[in-house]
Write a protein that binds this ligand. Structure first.
Ligand code: S3P
Length: 176
């Protein structure tokens, strides 16, 4: 069976990179469904991501993420905002590359810090309580560990949300 990889578009990248914002915009433009992995997991077990981390532990969260990806692999015409850590566990990156188009939203630690200071950091257990220089240093270190996974994406985009959105659209139009 020929897989049309563009039936599933996975937006990957660090927390705060714009996966949800750009994902919603892209889904609307392509007339695809928008899926947010964190939201799917929360709905499934009726607990927030923060509760899952504190009550069940990160390992359990990563298992739930994996199960969620397996479910998404059976969906069609979807744009997926993945959790920032999802590409870095199990062979999730290989799985996403096998069944869809992966797009890395590549922002610098400084850009991410600026965006994250303004966002709901407390919803993100790995970042809660961190700010300023401490937040920036954490992002630098954590991002450098994650980059090798993110870099396996089929497409890498950067810039403002609008620029990244346009880069994705132009890739899709040149590959259709
Ligand atoms: C995480 C990112 C979060 C969420 C969880 C862990 C991570 O998703 O899955 O807090 O490990 O980077 P967002 O990238 O949507 O914030």
């Amino acid at each position: 069976m020929q897989i049309n990889k563009e039936e599933r578009i996975f937006l990957i990248g660090y927390m705060g990179a714009g996966k949800t914002t750009i994902g919603e915009q892209l889904a609307e433009r392509l007339e695809y469904n928008f899926l947010d992995m964190d939201y799917m997991i929360e709905e499934k077990i009726q607990q927030s991501v923060s509760q899952i981390f504190s009550e069940l532990g990160e390992e359990k969260f990563r298992q739930l993420e994996r199960e969620c990806l397996e479910k998404i692999a059976t969906e069609r015409n979807v744009v997926v905002a993945t959790g920032g850590g999802a590409p870095c566990f199990y062979d999730n990156m290989e799985q996403m590359n096998a069944c869809g188009l992966t797009v890395y939203l590549n922002l610098s630690p400084e850009e991410l810090q600026e965006r994250l200071e303004l966002s709901h950091k407390n919803k993100r257990p790995l970042l809660a309580q961190r700010q300023g220089e401490e937040l920036l240093n954490f992002i630098r270190k954590n991002l450098s560990e994650r980059e090798p996974f993110y870099r396996k994406a089929a497409l890498v985009v950067s810039g403002t949300d609008e620029e990244m959105f346009q880069q994705i659209l132009s890739f899709l139009s040149s590959h259709s």
